[in-house]
Ligand binder design. Structure first.
Ligand code: ATP
Ligand code: MG
Length: 237
């Protein structure tokens, strides 16, 4: 397994006496500063599509993440839920879509948690779950989602506990994000240019309901699962 060290500057205030520091073997220092770079990709995934997968993969590569865990939401706190299909279906299609990527995993954390899914609870959950590996958490979002971060529960804590990655998404730009977040918050968010895919779950749901093709917007396995289970045919979008 690979490990990536944090920049040295982040460890200059170790609280150790300089002589003690010298006594430590190089190996011990290396071990102490090792971090596990974990990406968290949250979403409703209703359904999951190539826009999600490209954003997660390009964030993984740009930020040298060792793993990206996809976390399908339970009850989304910011959405009208009438059109959101059963969490078990969303969990399964997320597994199908990510199965071939060795760096991707899927968590049931939000699906199994009672009550609304808040990002802050999920971030704390993963910090605790991975604590033995000294996790460095990156929360991956699209630019539209990060625009709303100030309305999330405890945005201040979220920004302290992890690094927010805002992936570009057609129709949204950095300038708008800077205005919405303000200069201080904007500085804390890492914007990431990803291959532009004008794909959304809303559009896919509309297309299924209208009998239009969804092929090449999402993995074949997910398309087949939607068809087999008759999902989105007569749902409100
Ligand atoms: P809906 O239309 O139902 O809102 P969605 O396509 O926006 O669905 P979500 O599950 O809401 O998908 O999104 C999960 C995360 O993925 C969000 O942070 C969102 O910004 C990001 N995302 C979704 N689609 C894209 C895309 N095409 N490019 C980049 N990021 C995306
Ligand atoms: Mg969305």
């Amino acid at each position: 397994m690979e490990f990536f060290d944090r920049p040295r500057s982040e460890f200059q205030y170790s609280g150790r006496h300089p002589l003690k520091e010298k006594e430590e073997s190089k190996l011990a220092v290396k071990k102490r500063t090792k971090t596990y770079r974990l990406g968290i990709m949250g979403g409703t995934f209703n359904p999951i599509h190539y826009g999600h997968l490209v954003a997660a993969e390009q964030a993984r590569s740009s930020f040298k993440l060792q793993e990206v865990v996809f976390v399908p939401s339970g009850i989304p706190p910011h959405k009208d839920v009438s059109h959101v299909i059963d969490p078990e279906h969303r969990y399964l299609i997320t597994v199908l879509a990510t199965a071939a990527n060795p760096h991707f995993s899927v968590s049931r954390a939000e699906i199994d948690r009672k009550g609304p899914s808040f990002a802050i609870d999920t971030i704390k959950y993963f910090l605790d779950l991975y604590k033995a590996r000294n996790p460095d958490v990156y929360f991956i979002t699209g630019m539209d989602a990060v625009m709303e971060i100030l309305s999330w529960k405890r945005p201040d804590r979220i920004m302290k506990l992890c690094t927010i990655i805002a992936a570009t998404r057609p129709g949204y730009n950095k300038e708008r994000l800077r205005k919405v977040l303000g200069p201080e918050n904007f500085k804390a968010v890492k914007t990431l240019q990803v291959s532009a895919l004008a794909i959304s779950s809303t559009d896919i749901r509309l297309r299924v309901a209208a009998g239009l093709p969804i092929k090449y917007l999402l993995p074949d396995s997910v398309e087949n699962y939607i068809e087999k289970n008759g999902l989105y045919i007569d749902r409100e979008v």
